[in-house]
Design a protein around this ligand. Structure first.
Ligand SMILES: [Mg+2]
Length: 300
């Protein structure tokens, strides 16, 4: 079965050029691959290259080996597959925004180091997400509610490409959902800023303006997967038509079930288990994976 290989670079670091693509094609041919058409999606940032005669895993191994430390992402699809997805389910922290909101909130309490260490272990899959969240909130009990606005205004920034990803998919009829183990105060604002249609998150409980706890049940790994199933059902599509993206262990279930599941600048356990990984490109890489060209992007 022939494959289409999408190659994507981050133009801040490198460019795809014909000599690099020629080197990659030679490496595939040496292992028995038959190289077909090269199609630029957005030169010199992204291209599709056809290859027959090799399994997908082998294509990835050969290209990653040849690329070494070159910052180029490689994703292999079946040739002729309809790559455009009708539903986007995205994680928020360290995926759609550049920070972990809870770690930034902790900074207001002078406990960032302590809290960030737990966040890191939870995202690597070393702790149960729900327990790790309760533990971190307990450390921040008494935090003034004003820290939410301070964190949002001072620390929360959209990941490069977030608006283009959400708005371009929406303009082409897809539904976009932000599903976060973080907090509704942030998801509501980030969803509106990036153009998501819906959002799901945990709710913090304040009493007399001071943080008291987090509402149960906590939205964790299983709730993210449940949201994927639910929104597929609502929109009358199958999970194979959905794109799920995230960076942490609590994203892995939805990433593995979605037809296009992408580990984005992800923790090692997530990147290793996902069918597709983006390590270098920004969020517009998710558009190239779907076959969109640079000229198709909806930009602000
Ligand atoms: Mg995350």
């Amino acid at each position: 079965m022939p494959h289409t290989i999408t190659l994507i670079c981050n133009p801040a670091n490198t460019v795809l050029d014909t000599s690099l693509i020629s080197d990659l094609s030679d490496a595939l041919e040496r292992e028995g691959g038959q190289i077909g058409r090269l199609e630029w999606l957005d030169g010199p940032i992204a291209a599709d290259l056809e290859c027959a005669g090799l399994q997908a895993d082998m294509i990835e191994d050969i290209l990653r080996d040849k690329l070494g430390d070159d910052p180029v992402d490689v994703v292999v699809h079946l040739a002729g597959e309809d790559r455009r997805r009708k539903l986007l389910v995205a994680d928020m922290d360290s995926t759609i925004i550049t920070v972990e909101c809870l770690d930034e909130l902790a900074d207001f309490a002078g406990k960032k180091t302590e809290v960030a260490a737990i966040t890191e272990r939870a995202m690597r899959g070393e702790l149960v997400f729900e327990d790790a969240l309760r533990e971190r909130i307990a450390l921040l009990a008494g935090l003034p509610e004003s820290a939410l606005a301070g964190t949002y205004a001072g620390r929360v920034r959209l990941m490069p490409g977030a608006r283009e990803l959400v708005r371009t998919m929406a303009a082409n009829g897809a539904h976009a959902v932000l599903v976060s183990g973080g907090f509704s105060y942030f998801t509501e604002r980030v969803a509106a800023d990036a153009g998501f249609h819906a959002e799901r998150a945990n709710r913090l409980i304040f009493e007399n303006g001071l943080l008291k706890g987090v509402a149960e049940p906590i939205l964790g790994r299983e709730a993210k997967l449940a949201a994927l199933h639910e929104f597929c059902a609502v929109h009358g599509i199958s999970e194979s038509q959905a794109l799920a993206i995230g960076d942490g262990a609590n994203d892995l279930a939805m990433i593995q079930v979605a037809g296009m599941g992408v580990a984005f600048h992800a923790k090692p356990v997530v990147a290793a288990a996902a069918r597709a990984r983006i390590d270098y490109g920004d969020l517009t890489a998710l558009l190239y994976l779907q076959g969109y060209r640079g000229g198709d992007f909806v930009r602000d």
